[in-house]
Design a protein around this ligand. Structure first.
Ligand SMILES: CC(=O)SCCNC(=O)CCNC(=O)[C@H](O)C(C)(C)COP(=O)(O)OP(=O)(O)OC[C@H]1O[C@@H](n2cnc3c(N)ncnc32)[C@H](O)[C@@H]1OP(=O)(O)O
Ligand SMILES: O=C([O-])CC(=O)C(=O)O
Length: 371
């Protein structure tokens, strides 16, 4: 007989696996990535440095970073059939669903689909890191009957990603904010999407299947979908007073306010949100759009006073993306593109030391019935 004491709803606080990749140390207010602290990395390094760190365990030197970038860039192009596929989707398809379809379809082009060795999975990971930004940007353009924006080899990795989204080359400052957002989104221990990917990989299923499942998980508004919801809420609020009114209304209706709360940080501010808040402060001042920053701060204050709840990353990443001119429907796909890194590292780690996930239940139904 399984004891009720072994059951925690939502697996809250339960250790699901061992990992060398990352750990949220809430007391120390540190997000540990292979021994480094994520916020320090995000202030001093680039997304590509994190690619090398998470997949290979060490930060690259300049030469290693350049060869990693070349390796990724050689796989930027997508099979032409993928564009035809996006053309056939209903125009109402959400970009997260187009992304899910795109990743699933890519599996058919993978020669190494049956490979589970780390060295081969890392190669696939680089290919996915090359192709997923292209899927994110161009499935969106195709669904809106816009021209495809081909990747530009001469641009740095994340500059090219932002360029494919907006169709115009970003300034250095814009590219830097975007790169920093990709870093803070890149890996976060055991969120629902990472757990989903590891559960799928634990059956020996391939990495495309694991990532396809993770896209579905990330779309939900209790997870990655929250960043899009935050921006819609800010636009609906319009002014500081309007936004405060909207938040009170939601709290009175017992609705969840998107962008607040977190399973692990519930009583503290997500350190990544604090970094994005600073990016928003600078960008708002630069764009003479201080009102957006002030609205966010007013919302943060209200939620602290009324509910003792703090912003998570999505709350401050959303307005940063808005000021970078990114369409709202792409916020969650961008989150996924950045998280592709962490997901691939977790899938690789799962294969390397696999044990099938298969938990038990606390049965609450009837017994002893007869047909
Ligand atoms: C990058 C990311 O993916 S971060 C997560 C993004 N998601 C969101 O922003 C969605 C809004 N937030 C939430 O729904 C939650 O805080 C979650 C899902 C992130 C974490 O949830 P859980 O750990 O399961 O906690 P749970 O939802 O049970 O919340 C505990 C209590 O705080 C309240 N609460 C938590 N978050 C919120 C919120 N955003 N707005 C209002 N109340 C909230 C709950 O209503 C609950 O109150 P109760 O005990 O009176 O019923
Ligand atoms: O950790 C979580 O549960 C959700 C989150 O913040 C992330 O995936 O970045």
């Amino acid at each position: 007989m399984l004891e009720k004491t072994t059951y925690t709803p939502g697996l809250d606080g339960i250790i699901a696996t061992e990992t060398k990749l990352s750990y949220l140390d809430v007391d120390a207010e540190e997000i540990v990535l292979r021994g480094y602290e994520l916020i320090e990395l995000a202030k001093n390094k680039k997304y590509l440095d994190l690619v090398q760190l998470l997949l290979h365990g060490t930060l690259p030197n300049d030469e290693q970073r350049s060869s990693l970038e070349l390796e990724i860039k050689k796989d930027y192009d997508l099979p032409a059939e993928l564009f035809s596929l996006f053309n056939k989707l209903p125009k109402e398809t959400h970009p997260m669903d187009a992304l899910r379809t795109g990743i699933s379809a890519l599996s058919g082009y993978e020669k190494n689909l049956d490979e589970r060795r780390e060295i081969e999975i890392n190669k696939t990971a680089l290919k996915l890191l090359a192709q997923i930004p292209n899927i994110v940007a161009n499935s969106y353009h195709i669904l809106r009957d816009e021209a495809v924006v081909e990747p530009k080899q001469e641009l740095p990795y994340s500059t090219n990603f932002l360029y494919m989204i907006t169709g115009k080359e970003p300034t250095q400052a814009e590219a830097d904010y975007f790169d920093q957002s990709l870093m803070v989104y890149s890996e976060h221990e055991m969120p629902n999407s990472t757990f989903t990917a590891r559960v799928i990989a634990s059956t020996n299923a391939d990495i495309y299947g694991a990532l396809t499942g993770a896209v579905s998980s990330l779309k939900g508004n209790l997870h990655g979908g929250a960043n899009e919801a935050v921006m819609h809420m800010l636009l609906e609020g319009e002014t500081i007073d309007g936004f405060r009114h909207l938040l009170y209304e939601k709290l009175n209706n017992k609705e969840k306010v998107m962008g607040f709360g977190h399973r692990v940080y519930m009583k503290k501010m997500d350190p990544r949100a604090a970094l994005m808040k600073e990016a928003l402060r600078e960008l708002s001042a630069d764009r003479k759009c201080e009102k957006l920053f002030e609205m966010c701060e007013a919302g943060e204050q209200l939620m602290k006073e009324e509910k003792s709840l703090y912003p998570n990353l999505d709350y401050y990443a959303a307005p940063v993306y808005y000021l970078l001119g990114i369409p709202i429907d792409l916020y969650t796909p961008i989150f996924f593109a950045a998280r592709t890194l962490g997901l691939c590292a977790h899938v690789s780690e799962q294969y390397a030391n696999n044990k099938l996930f298969r938990p038990r239940v606390l049965y609450t139904g009837p017994r002893g019935l007869h047909p």
